[in-house]
Design a protein around this ligand. Sequence first.
Ligand SMILES: Cc1cc2nc3c(=O)[nH]c(=O)nc-3n(C[C@H](O)[C@H](O)[C@H](O)COP(=O)(O)OP(=O)(O)OC[C@H]3O[C@@H](n4cnc5c(N)ncnc54)[C@H](O)[C@@H]3O)c2cc1C
Length: 346
Amino acid sequence: MVDVTIIGAGIFGLSVAYAAASRGAKVRVVETERVGAGSSGGLVGALAPHTPERWDAKNEFQYQSLLMAEAHWRKVDQLSGISSGYGRIGRLHPIPTARVLELSHERTAYAHEVWQGNAEWRVVERANYGAWAPESPTGFLVHDTMSARMQPRGAAASLAGAVVAQGGEIVIGDAPVEGKVVWATGHRGLLELSKEFGVEIGNGVKGQSALLRYDAGDVPQLFSDGIYVVPHTDGTVAVGSTSERYFDDPLAVDGLLDEVLERTFAAFPVLQGAEVLDRWAGVRPRGKKLAPMLGAYPGRDGHFIANGGFKIGFGMAPKVGEVMAELVLDDNATGIPDDFTVEANM
Ligand SMILES: Cc1cc2nc3c(=O)[nH]c(=O)nc-3n(C[C@H](O)[C@H](O)[C@H](O)COP(=O)(O)OP(=O)(O)OC[C@H]3O[C@@H](n4cnc5c(N)ncnc54)[C@H](O)[C@@H]3O)c2cc1C
């Protein structure tokens, strides 16, 4: 008999399945298409913290998840024998004006307080970082040492392997839905839930990204002009993404991605000439509260929802798995901020 059936094999569903299986539950993941068929099957994989001022429950949740990530992915990769591509490589981004430079120094102090020595928000001289660093009008950059990266497809495959290694099942297609049920159905699920509840609780924001052949080595990820540049371990660099609230074809790559690539090559000259290996589009599940939507499924006893990862789902996933497993298996919701509940999004 299965204790928990998880619908959806994206990063949220797999993380819940992994955490529940780690606690000894018998889990079954049911997915219509394939592991990582939704927005979790992309290219970028930046795990970056919120800026350290105006701290709230969401920032704290994200911080704790990012702190958990290193040990989490090491264990998952060990169990599966597959690499998630995780690495805590930090992040560099330019400081465009004197005012932002001042603010950046203030953030150094905020980070000292809320990150409790586990990471730093450093203001550094660009000149010390060589060709990889982005240009910065002030000559200074922020180097945060909290940010990390993972390879989304590798991470999903690794989690699926770790679920199976702990006695769980991953079923592609139809399978009996038994025990407690967790709906982790991403963007598609948010649209269906909105229809069911008669109120928009979330929607989707399309994103397009690309993969370049470029062996950056052991360097931080970059962020500038709204573009992430994420070096992976396999001699590639992912760049992205567009943010499209309105779209016809959720999976089409088009001229908007070409624009992102043009801006990338302008902002990061070191990447000019790199071959484009892959182009990919997906739809981010965006809850009304712009935060994960975690909790009991209103009106359905024994059913739960894990959705709303939006732009930070990969970074949030380890902690989402933990708190959902506590809720589903132990009826303990203390780890879930009030703003994250399904009702808060209605
Ligand atoms: C271009 C782009 C770049 C991004 N970059 C980052 C980044 O750098 N860092 C970051 O943290 N986040 C990033 N994100 C966001 C991240 O991808 C999402 O937050 C995350 O993937 C959401 O995971 P999920 O499991 O909730 O949804 P999904 O990955 O969409 O998974 C849902 C799954 O449920 C399945 N499903 C749906 N309905 C059913 C059903 N009825 N029965 C069975 N299966 C069903 C789908 O097929 C799918 O596999 C990015 C997103 C995009 C689009």
